[in-house]
Design a protein around this ligand. Structure first.
Ligand code: PRX
Length: 636
């Protein structure tokens, strides 16, 4: 057995011993009495009886050894601001925010919804919640008021933290009006809103509800707010993600298990060391931002770069396709994390940009969120000359499920494969309908994880244990296993290859979206009778959404101008309600949609036709002419 195989085997055969050792990587106020309580599967309770705090582990723990060292490096190529906060400074900022939240009545277990651009105040807010035991729910700033309203209603936050505006490509994107509209739409109303005024867009404050953080912090300048010691199993946060239904799921995470999982992954997978700099180009609105912009690097004692801006614009707001590499050189970044889609954007830039900077500090680039195609992997690998590490995981897992654990053993990578199952994960491939385990190499099935899931993995769906069990654990007949809803194969060497989703989730530029949410938005349009949204392969974004609409007035859209107008209206509606990411790249008008005889939409057949593939078995299709019509549209 190789060193890694041995490591993995030990984590599976002796989870208590293995994770008790990993638990030493963080500080506990009270050490755990029991490592794993798996008495009520599929629920797994980690480090039972232990008390700890994420903010303590990310910030306070480092004060004695590296208080003056960089903790948070903020770079905004949108506003030209570049500012470093030491651990001491971060500590003070977090306490100020914590004191403001407490003054607004926030206590342990209360939810705080964070709808913020990529600014330091967003990280202060997350850490402040963790500090006082409040549950943060960060909603991606690119989401519009409809998406935000659903999340406010589900999370029922006491306070919402937001800002006047974000900025994209030097264009101001106001947040406050979207938040006001979302609160108006939501049946639940938060008691207070805490706002950062960046001076980018005018804000109208609602008397009695809205507070400026600068005003509040003034009275808490030297606030001392001790960390609340939380049970390991207490909730740290929820983060919403899309699934098969239109209703987003609040993925709920614990405190102690998450802290240990992140500390262990920083050591065994990312190989990041205290005092070094970590640079993840993700957004705090996504799980990668939670785990590997904010908590993971800080827990490991690393400085973390919080980057607001495009990969192609410099700090002077002029075009600069080398900005990321400039930052790697300047801050001596050792570990970098991004997404394939971002690399595909950079591929269009002058390749000489990769050679212009001193990148000798960099040890590895991690890419995740969507399949990493070989040309992209080769291009960046040749350009950087460091290992490119594909890693496969989900919002639900919180940290990599399949990758290469470089910190344990530098196993070779294979192009197209994220690697092998990580320690703690029992990953299997099952037949989708029989549930039988597929053990022969290269047999395609559903990638599943056996119980118990490791520390850091989602505890449940917020407020809905039944949905958690039903959605994730009962999808393969006859077996209580966690479905990733991804297709996969394992080759003869044990390397996994991920072959796309089994459900209606699509991946646009590394962002996970549910086609059902987009369909619900479109079907609200007065002229829409029926709609199907599918994800179609796109060279740059991985996938884009494409909508097929049956209009109410069937003949109205034979006129090209009318069709164009309706397409425009539908696109705008989705962008306004859900956000620009979800906007379909095209809306096509048809007279019928392919369905089974029982009326189930055949989205996969539509998708296959759109991508020029064989739609497969069509014996179940009710009216094959509908699919034929779509094919003609696509070819035309
Ligand atoms: O389909 C898989 C794809 O993204 C999904 C999870 O997306 P999200 O919840 O946003 O979490 C992203 C965390 C990195 C997965 O179910 N996916 C993620 N990473 C990869 C991937 N597909 C192929 N290769 C990957 N490395």
């Amino acid at each position: 057995m190789s060193r890694y195989e041995d490591f993995h085997a030990r984590s599976i055969e002796d989870p208590d011993g293995f994770w008790a050792e990993q638990a030493q990587l963080i500080d506990w106020q009270t050490p755990p009495k029991q490592i794993l309580d798996a008495s009520n599967p599929p629920f797994a309770n980690w480090f039972v009886g232990g008390t700890t705090n994420l903010c303590h582990n990310a910030v306070d723990r480092h004060l004695a050894t590296r208080g003056d060292q960089a903790a948070l490096i903020f770079v905004s190529t949108e506003t030209g601001v570049e500012k470093t906060f030491s651990f001491n400074e971060l500590h003070a900022e977090v306490q100020r925010t914590a004191a403001s939240l407490m003054a607004l009545g926030v206590g342990k277990g209360d939810r705080v919804l964070i709808y913020m651009p990529m600014i330091p105040e967003a990280a202060f807010a997350m850490l402040a919640c963790a500090r006082i035991g409040a549950v943060h729910c960060v909603v991606f700033g690119g989401f519009a008021s409809g998406s935000l309203a659903t999340r406010i209603e589900d999370a029922e936050p006491k306070v919402v933290i937001s800002a006047d505006a974000g900025s994209r490509g030097s264009k101001v994107v106001p947040y406050k009006p979207l938040l006001d509209e979302a609160i108006r739409l939501s049946k639940y109303k938060p008691a207070a809103v805490l706002l950062t005024d960046r001076g980018l867009a005018p804000m109208e404050l609602v008397a009695g509800r809205d507070h400026l953080d600068s005003d509040m912090a003034a009275s808490h300048r030297d606030a001392v707010v001790p960390c609340a010691w939380l049970a390991s199993t207490d909730i740290s946060y929820t983060i919403y993600t899309s699934g098969t239904t239109g209703k987003p799921k609040g993925v709920q995470r614990d405190t102690g298990g998450y802290a240990v999982a992140l500390a262990a992954s920083m050591k065994h997978i990312f190989d990041g060391r205290a005092g070094e700099t970590y640079f993840s180009t993700s957004d705090i609105g996504w799980v990668v931002g939670h785990s590997y912009i904010v908590y993971g690097p800080l827990i490991a004692g690393m400085a973390t770069i919080l980057y607001e801006g495009l990969p192609t614009q410099g700090i002077d707001q002029q075009p600069d396709g080398g900005i990321w590499w400039r930052l790697v050189e300047k801050y001596k970044v050792t570990v970098m994390f991004s997404a394939p889609t971002a690399v595909r954007v950079l591929k269009k830039q002058d390749p000489a940009l990769l050679k212009r900077y001193d990148l000798s500090s960099l040890r590895a680039l991690f890419l995740a969120g969507e399949p990493l195609d070989e040309p992209t992997a080769r291009w960046i690998s040749d350009g950087l000359g460091v290992p490119i590490i594909d890693n496969y995981w989900q919002t639900e897992s919180g940290w990599p499920i399949i990758t290469i654990a470089n910190g344990v053993e530098a196993k070779p990578s294979k192009f197209g494969s994220p690697g092998v199952p990580m320690y703690g994960y029992k990953v299997k491939i099952l037949h989708e309908s029989t549930g039988e385990e597929l053990t022969a190499p290269n047999e395609k099935g559903v990638v599943v994880i056996e119980s118990p899931t490791p520390p850091g993995f989602m505890q449940t769906i917020w407020k809905d244990d039944a949905r958690f069990v039903q959605t994730y654990w009962k999808s393969v007949p006859g077996k209580l296993v966690y479905s990733t809803f991804d297709w996969g194969i394992r080759d003869a060497d044990g390397y996994f290859f991920i072959l796309g989703r089994t459900d209606d989730v699509i991946n646009v530029a590394g962002h996970r979206l549910g086609t059902r949410e987009i369909e619900e938005s479109i079907s609200g349009h007065a002229n829409v009778a029926e709609v199907a949204v599918v994800g179609v392969a796109d060279a740059l974004k991985g996938q884009v959404a494409m909508a097929f609409v049956v209009p109410k007035a069937g003949d109205a859209v034979t006129d090209a101008d009318v069709a164009l107008k309706l397409e425009g209206e539908i696109m705008k509606r989705v962008a306004d309600q859900l956000g620009a990411l979800a906007r379909p790249s095209r809306v096509r008008f048809v007279t019928g949609l392919p369905k089974t005889r029982s009326g189930k939409l055949l989205r996969r057949a539509i998708q296959a036709v759109c991508e020029g593939r064989d739609p497969g078995d069509l014996t179940t299709i009710d009216d094959p002419a509908t699919l034929q019509k779509i094919k003609q549209l696509i070819v035309a």
